[in-house]
Design a protein around this ligand. Structure first.
Ligand code: AHR
Length: 502
């Protein structure tokens, strides 16, 4: 195969898994301006009766987000959920030791549930395994999900929520392997504590699905031993193991664009670890993965703002290049939809986020908004397929990586096939695309994310500068076609299956 030629086979029978909307979930932490000035800003001209910014709600709805993980993150490990309920004037102001900020507690679990309803998303809850106890975890579940007639469920009713919140998906702590975590534990101690929390939580509500903390990154010294030990303690009581990973550009664009290869390796390792423990336990259960923090994050830019309420921290501004690397990661999650059942873009508003607000002012989409939206729109229904791509390879820090990275989804309801293709090479890739098992198809749409200026970003003055463009479609009906995929670009190729020809 020549350096700029690739062949891609997308076949209806090469199935990976049913597409799952939860792969397109996100995350909101009490951190920086994510909650305050992000989603909640009473007094803003566009705030509704609950103080929720309606301009932000609109962009969240358009983004296509399944679940939103809340309230942290590192914040979780010092958080007492009771501080965030009841009359607002009585809620305590506290030090948040995770981020060295002041927490007013004007927003808590009840407000979050209300916000999620308006945003068209579901809640992914999280219980504190740092300063919190298994008992606190069970009580939070009782407050949220028990219908009534107990002190805690009646308290929820008194606080204005007659119907249970019915939050069925919960994380048991956050990044407990990290020594930065408040009350960080070793794997054995965390495994024991998580097991007891899981038992109590499921006794309160047997319908819960629980996520146990896996490694906070592949860079952790305890990776992947942490994952094995934690699973050995909790395997039968939990449903998912979490993975977290952030990428940034260390001034090598090709390595950065190839980040998806590292994520793929991470997923393979964790799947193997899960399956090892399954064998060890003679279990019939297959452990699934929750990649509940992933994104581009320039961690070296993180500046501390001591003891301020809602300081502007972790406010990365994303370029076209960031969006392309991001798209590659999203595609890798999709390609592993058989094991990765949940994935959360970390985070949603202002803090390393696709949506960015001004205090008392405007809101814009960041460049990473577009690939997430398109992956969610075309990757969350139908069947995820395994594309077979014969592509030239590029030498990167992750080894030899295909220059053309691909994913595909078949939606039989809509009669459409969507192919996602990331070209990390500078040259156009001459692609022969075979869709033989679909009979004849026609091309409906070609959306392309690219720009001569890879460092271009959306700004308030130029809010759509990085938006993807439409490319001319191949005409006619065909089962195989040729197209030229622009250099350093991400592409969404949409095909309509011609009825009755298969
Ligand atoms: O998303 C920002 C932080 O990254 C989260 O609080 C933590 O879980 C991770 O280290």
């Amino acid at each position: 195969m020549q350096q700029n030629q690739a062949k891609l086979y997308v076949e209806r029978e090469f199935t990976v898994a049913q597409a799952d909307q939860r792969l397109f979930s996100s995350f909101l932490e009490h951190l920086g301006r994510a909650i305050y000035e992000g989603i909640y800003e009473p007094g803003h001209p566009l705030a509704d009766e609950d103080g929720f910014r309606t301009d932000v709600l609109k962009l969240v709805r358009e983004l296509g987000v399944s679940h939103v993980r809340y309230p942290g993150g590192n914040f979780l490990s010092g958080y007492n959920w009771r501080d965030g309920i009841g009359p607002k004037e009585k809620r305590p102001t506290r030090l948040d030791l995770a981020w060295h900020t002041i927490e007013s507690n004007q927003f808590g679990i009840d407000e979050f549930v209300d916000w999620c309803k308006k945003a068209g998303t579901s809640v992914m809850g999280a219980v504190n395994m740092g300063t919190g106890t298994p008992k606190d975890a069970g009580e939070l579940v009782e407050y949220c999900n028990f219908p009534g007639g107990t002190a805690l469920s009646d308290l929820r009713i008194e606080n204005g929520h007659k119907d249970p919140h019915n939050i069925k998906l919960w994380c048991i702590g956050n990044e407990m392997d990290g020594d930065w975590q408040i009350c960080h534990l070793d794997a054995v101690d965390y495994g024991k504590k998580a097991l007891e929390a899981a038992k109590i939580m499921k006794w309160v509500d047997p319908e819960l699905e629980l996520v146990v903390c896996g490694s906070a990154s592949t860079l952790q010294k305890t990776y992947p031993e942490w994952d094995r030990v934690v699973l050995e303690h909790t395997y039968e009581q939990v449903d998912y193991l979490s993975l977290h990973r952030y990428y940034e550009n260390f001034d090598n664009d090709l390595d950065f664009l190839a980040s998806f290869a590292d994520m793929e390796d991470f997923i393979h390792t964790i799947v193997s670890t899960c399956d090892y423990v399954k064998a060890l336990k003679r279990s019939k259960k297959k452990m699934m993965l929750s990649f509940d923090e992933w994104n581009i994050w320039y961690q070296r830019n993180t500046t501390p703002h001591d003891w301020m309420p809602a300081p502007p921290v972790l406010e990365d501004h994303y370029s076209v290049l960031d969006a392309l690397a991001f798209a590659g990661l999203g595609m890798t999650l999709l390609n592993h939809a058989d094991r990765v059942k949940i994935a959360c873009l970390a985070q949603l508003v202002n803090v390393i986020a696709p949506i960015f607000t001004e205090k008392n002012g405007r809101v814009i989409r960041q460049s990473i908004y577009y690939p997430f939206q398109l992956l969610s729109r075309y990757g969350s229904a139908g069947t995820v397929l395994k594309p077979v791509c014969i592509s030239p390879k590029a030498e990167t820090q992750y080894g030899d990586v295909p220059v053309l990275h691909t994913s595909a989804v078949y939606d039989p309801q809509q009669g459409t096939v969507t192919v996602f293709a990331l070209n990390i090479g500078k040259e156009p890739m001459e692609l022969t695309l075979s869709l033989g098992s679909f009979g004849k198809v026609s091309m409906e749409q070609w959306i392309c994310l690219k720009n001569e200026n890879l460092h271009l970003k959306n700004t308030f003055a130029s809010p759509e500068a990085t938006a993807p463009v439409s490319m001319p479609c191949i005409s006619g009906v065909f089962s195989e076609t040729q197209l030229s995929v622009p250099g350093i670009s991400w592409n969404v190729l949409r095909f309509r299956v011609q009825p009755g020809i298969v």
